[in-house]
Design a protein around this ligand. Structure first.
Ligand SMILES: NC(=O)c1ccc[n+]([C@@H]2O[C@H](COP(=O)([O-])OP(=O)(O)OC[C@H]3O[C@@H](n4cnc5c(N)ncnc54)[C@H](OP(=O)(O)O)[C@@H]3O)[C@@H](O)[C@H]2O)c1
Length: 311
């Protein structure tokens, strides 16, 4: 399939141009012995432990062939794995992000502990299998850990395909995603009617729509939940960064607004992990640090939500 090969050759071209530019690549290394223990939640369908903070790639990893930005993305991935992270989420919708991930995984070596989460996103039911194969080539992985139907696009045929792939051992987990509240009724119907390992939905301290129905339903049905857009694509950081962080945020070791916002998301018991996206090594470390310290309890969560409402 020509698309597939274009993914590979694109990555090779990137590697070659970096070599020609004399770019210093991060050395391949061994991860397991250097990784700290982080808080995990069990994926309900298997009990597998998942670190509660992952990494998104929409926009932030869409860096094209820019050698400096590719190396910076690989450095973000290295810091993410070093800090105990595993789940990285992408999609064929995210420009060159899948190629950037492939470059980073190549650079960091084959022993990275990545949990690869990708999506199928095409309105043509017949194109799903080819798109997934192309995505695997771009990441450079033999199979994905998780495949999700992106934004419920053509979900019936794509979920059928994903179920067949799971039965054949070609993917470990399957799921659906949305970031739009207006799709929640349809989303709930799919959760009721289809066997799913994961759902991915938008959740943050301002956008709490899923708390009433979708999170209780996920807990009831034993479905893992990935919370996307924890900072609403940085809008929440911009909205709060000039405001005082309350003194009581130290009770659950939130040192800044990013950690305050992330700790709200991951302290909900139905959330399996959240996937903040970043271009920066210091930010990925700050985000992963949320997976090692204390989390707010139910009363503190209410206080957090009331405080941001008051600002
Ligand atoms: N329907 C779907 O399936 C769907 C929809 C939307 C999103 N997603 C997934 O969810 C992921 C996350 O959502 P999102 O991309 O909307 O963005 P987000 O994670 O809510 O916000 C990303 C922004 O936050 C900033 N940031 C990250 N860590 C920070 C920190 N510690 N301090 C200050 N700023 C920080 C980043 O800027 P810096 O680069 O400066 O750190 C970046 O601009 C996506 O990348 C994608 O993988 C899925």
């Amino acid at each position: 399939m020509s698309d597939t090969h274009s993914g590979i050759s694109r990555r090779r071209l990137v590697q070659q141009s970096l070599a020609l530019a004399g770019a210093s690549l991060l050395p391949a290394r061994s991860w397991p012995e250097t990784r700290p223990a982080v808080r995990t939640r069990a994926i309900p369908s298997t009990g597998e432990a998942m670190p509660i903070v992952g990494l998104g790639t929409w926009i932030t990893f869409n860096v094209g062939n820019d050698a400096t930005l590719l190396n910076e993305s690989a450095a973000v991935m290295a810091a993410f794995f070093e800090a105990g992270g595993r789940m990285i989420d992408s999609s064929p919708m995210y420009g060159s992000s899948q190629d950037t991930l492939g470059f980073g995984l190549d650079t960091l070596g084959s022993s990275t502990p990545v949990f690869s989460a990708d999506k199928v996103w095409t309105s043509n039911a017949n194109n799903g299998a080819g798109q997934i194969e192309h995505s695997q080539q771009r990441w450079g992985v033999p199979r994905f850990d998780l495949l999700q139907v992106h934004n419920l696009v053509a979900w019936e045929p794509h979920l059928r395909l994903l179920r067949q792939m799971k039965a054949a051992g070609e993917v470990r987990y399957i799921g659906i995603t949305t970031s739009e509240s207006r799709r929640h009724a349809e989303f709930e119907n799919v959760m009721h009617g289809q066997p799913l390992d994961f759902i991915q939905v938008s959740y943050n301290i301002i956008n709490r729509d899923i708390e009433d129905r979708i999170l209780p339903l996920a807990m009831d049905k034993g479905i893992a939940v990935i919370a996307n857009r924890p900072f609403q694509q940085k809008q929440l950081i911009h909205r709060f960064e000039g405001k005082p962080l309350p003194a009581w945020a130290s009770e659950f070791e939130a040192e800044n607004w990013a950690q305050f916002l992330l700790k709200y998301v991951i302290s909900h018991p139905a959330i399996t992990c959240t996937i903040p996206a970043t271009t920066r090594v210091d930010h990925v470390r700050e985000n992963l640090a949320c997976a090692t310290g204390p989390l707010p309890d139910a009363n503190q969560r209410e206080r957090m939500a009331a405080y941001v409402r008051s600002l």
